[in-house]
Design a protein around this ligand. Structure first.
Ligand code: FES
Ligand SMILES: [Fe+2]
Length: 274
């Protein structure tokens, strides 16, 4: 029997293929801002403490908030090797490290190999380390499975938006239909050059882009409240009347102006943006 001791316990491992490029994956790892929005089930909020080209340090509050669990987390990425390490510097599960190795299988196909490791303050017999791993490993794996489900959706959608980008010109006047038709959930303006939906704000019909200008997040199903729509990926909020972000220097892509005449809604070129 192996009775030697260890100071680093390997708690578990999670491997998975993702239909995304390395570039999307690295971008996602470095994107601290999406945690409490896209992964709202795991993170309550985040405050950035430090950031560089290939690392970030942040203080996070975990869900459920009643447990008052905080962490200071550092993520550092090495693009050459495709490895990034997330380490809990302070707080709940202090010392825990998550090593991720990404490997490129094709232009839009990668495999991530995630290992959860915890240092111990004193040497632990290997048999005890294995027992701990059996207990804690599945928890890490199930958390990461969910996070990657959410991340993969985001990366796929962002890639689709990047692929779809074409020249803007929205010069024609277009008959859309009745007010009820354009306000139907899921309705999109029949325009090739972008994805636009319609909202009613104070009785007025407004078209706006369903693509968030931050990292191309989805505004297609986000509710419009008091004329504002919030992106589910990082929580940026936009005023659909002006297209301007509420707290950031960003603007939604130019949308056609809508006109309603004799019960028919028309999309018209937007003179404001030329
Ligand atoms: S993509 Fe980041 S807030 Fe929309
Ligand atoms: Fe994520």
């Amino acid at each position: 029997m192996d009775t030697s001791e260890t100071r680093l316990i390997e708690l578990g491992r999670y491997r998975r293929r993702l239909a995304v490029s390395m570039e999307r994956m690295f971008e996602n790892a470095l994107d601290w801002e999406h945690l409490p929005h896209l992964h709202a089930g795991s993170f309550a909020d985040i405050t950035l403490l430090d950031e560089g080209k290939d690392y970030w340090v942040a203080s996070v509050r975990l869900q459920p908030t009643q447990l008052r669990l905080h962490q200071t987390v550092r993520l550092s990425l090495d693009r050459q090797t495709g490895i990034w390490v997330t380490e809990v510097l302070e707080g709940f599960t202090r010392g825990l490290q998550v090593h991720t190795q990404a490997r490129e299988l094709g232009p839009r196909s990668i495999e991530v190999d995630v290992r959860f490791r915890a240092p111990t303050p004193f040497p632990v017999p290997r048999v005890a380390a294995r027992g701990l791993a059996r207990l804690l490993g599945p928890i890490g794996v199930s958390v990461y499975r969910r996070l990657y489900d959410e991340d993969e959706q985001m990366m796929l959608e962002r890639q689709a938006q990047l692929d779809r980008r074409r020249g803007p010109r929205l010069g024609e006047r277009l008959r859309l239909g009745t007010r009820a038709e354009v306000l139907r959930p899921g309705y999109r303006l029949p325009i090739e050059e972008g994805d636009y939906r319609v909202a009613e704000v104070g009785g007025e019909l407004l078209a706006f882009s369903t693509v968030c200008p931050h990292l191309l997040g989805p505004l297609g199903d986000a509710p419009v409240v008091d004329g504002q729509v919030r992106c589910p990926w990082h929580g940026y909020c936009f005023d659909v009347r002006t297209g301007n972000a509420v707290e950031h220097r960003l603007r939604l892509r130019r949308a056609p102006r809508l006109e309603e005449r004799d019960g028919v809604v028309w999309a018209c070129p937007n003179p404001v943006d030329g």
